[in-house]
Design a binder for this molecule. Structure first.
Ligand code: ZN
Length: 264
């Protein structure tokens, strides 16, 4: 898989002796979680994994050189059962995903490290990442953080409809790939489709509301797209990914320095 992670920040490029020399208490390890799943007819299966790597790689470049912060190899396979039925989607069950995160947390804790970030860029993993962040804290005493998506990105220029319901393979994801891996995007295959409309508000929403309905992509989209890629540009992809990287870098530094307060 293509990577934007700087070699000096790539945990898997270290030898065990180099790992042994890292400061155990302060080193911050980042475990990316993403997906291999259909992203419409115009984007590759690895879209979420590529975006995760792009944003994290750009963020790591911005960090002060003396901070021991490393990217672990990603968990590329996620819980993607909403996209099953579209050929190429490779999904793992919630139990499998959580077991892999738990076992990696156990390995990290057994090596004496104490700080771990779960950085997720696939919506289907979000609730599992939250569960596992707490479980790793409780079971292994790891100081665990969860980090999602593109913090800090303004997405200036995005329509309010796309901002609300551009969930998947829409303008943002397409812009990121037009900027970073344009050869993998097929504009002649663009299609637009929304799961809900701002103009026709419904009491039961697809996500992020007090009352949500569980959705499968195949219920609502023949192409697999939940959003509108037509207005995506490489320029916006570059701008938004740089904003996101700055936001991620700032949060990683804050996580590195984080000390929970017992009393407020
Ligand atoms: Zn995606």
């Amino acid at each position: 898989m293509k990577t934007w992670i700087p070699d000096a920040r790539n945990f898997a490029y270290l030898t065990w002796k180099q790992v042994d020399a890292l400061p155990r208490e302060s080193t911050l390890l980042v475990l990316p979680t993403a997906a291999i799943e259909q992203h419409g007819q115009h984007q590759p299966l690895a879209t979420d994994t590529l975006i995760n790597n792009l944003l994290l790689g750009k963020a790591l470049v911005l960090l002060p050189a003396d901070l021991p912060i490393y990217a672990l190899p990603p968990i590329c396979y996620g819980k993607s059962n909403e996209h099953l039925g579209f050929p190429g989607t490779l999904s793992v069950r919630a139990e499998t995903f959580m077991a892999v995160v738990r076992d990696l947390g156990a390995s990290i804790a057994s090596a004496g490290f104490s700080k771990l970030v779960l950085y997720n860029t696939h919506g289907g993993n979000t609730s599992l990442v939250d569960v596992m962040a707490r479980d790793l804290r409780a079971e292994f005493g790891l100081r665990t953080f969860s980090l999602f998506g593109s913090p800090g990105a303004t997405f200036a220029g995005l329509s309010s409809q796309e901002r609300a319901y551009g969930f998947h393979a829409g303008e943002i994801e397409t812009a990121y790939l037009l900027h970073s891996t344009p050869a993998l995007v097929h504009p002649e295959e663009f299609t637009a489709n929304y799961i809900a409309s701002l103009e026709k508000p419904e009491p039961i929403k697809p996500e992020g509301s007090s009352a949500n309905f569980a959705w499968l992509t195949g219920d609502i989209s023949g192409s697999g797209v939940l959003g509108d890629p037509y207005r995506a540009t490489a320029e916006n992809g570059e701008k938004w990914s740089n904003e996101a990287a700055a936001g991620i870098a700032e949060l990683l530094v804050a996580m590195y320095h984080f000390e929970p307060r017992h009393e407020i």
